[in-house]
Design a binder for this molecule. Sequence first.
Ligand code: GLN
Length: 349
Amino acid sequence: MKRTCLRISLSLAVFTASLIPVPLLAQEARSPVAPRRDVVEAVVREAYEKFKNDTSGKNADYIPYLAQVNSKLFGVALVTTDDQVLTVGDVNYSFSIQSISKVFTLALAMEELGPDNVFHRIGSEPTGRPFNSVPAVVDIPTHTGNPLVNAGAIATTSLISGKDEDERWNKILAFYGKVVGDKLSLIEDVYKSEAATNAGNKALAMLLAKYDRIYADPFESVDIYTKQCSVGVNALQLARMGATLANNGVNPTTGQQVIKREDVPYILSTMTMAGLYDGSGGWAWHVGLPAKSGVGGGIVAIAPGKGAIAVFAPPLDEAGNSVKAQEVIEYVARKLNYNLFSPSSVGLK
Ligand code: GLN
């Protein structure tokens, strides 16, 4: 009986070898729910074609560098928990990770302090305000709000330990690299452009200092935060970072446990509530997946246990979220029945 099953699986593996890089048996061993490449491929291509000519939205321009990025760039990458990779379009272009970095600094802060300490020092309430809101810091009882708005993110960065600024920054960069399974670096021109224009973030940090809600030197924390936002990633690397979260903190390519499995639900719930700022409620309603956007034009969405999809397209909506990235992810998530809040996403008829 056992042998027959094995033979069927093996012949299936041979039959599908051209479509699936990882043998079927290995896939079954590693993830019972990861989607099959042939199933997702058509849907991702359809989404790419359907939205590629949408010119709505506008590049971020409050960071001068971002205004000059080619608005037509468009890349989609999907990485499953068993390391199948699917890419379409400009997936090798390196763009600044921006606010998506906040997710991974949060993961590192939890690694160092434990989730309870992070929760008490930062909070997790959605603000319903723009990501860089000053009034939110005054009005919201925790002041920091949550780790994914600028104020909470700068405070989260301030939690990372180190003997000096360089050590703290290098620790963050190295951690992001482990999450991707690749070496990452700063895009110097983005950093310079943002560092020259980030008076707003400095104001947020000083306001947090007034409320005792920042845990290291405010300006040094803003500087490290600005560097983390200027880290370059391409769409494929971003999808790999997301797939690590989808895979319980284990990078599907390197097999390394880089984020503690017990921290993953805290990260994903925070992303669900605040990953798209004041667009988060609409996103949860329509898509039902934890996701994080950045003003560089990237969005990564996580289908827990299954994989992650990352899209890069610079034009943004009013809330600062990439228009085409939202369209593609919504389309793919709907077609593949990924919505976490839908019992049918785990097979219930
Ligand atoms: N570095 C950007 C800022 O601080 C990040 C904002 C974003 O991506 N939403 O404004």
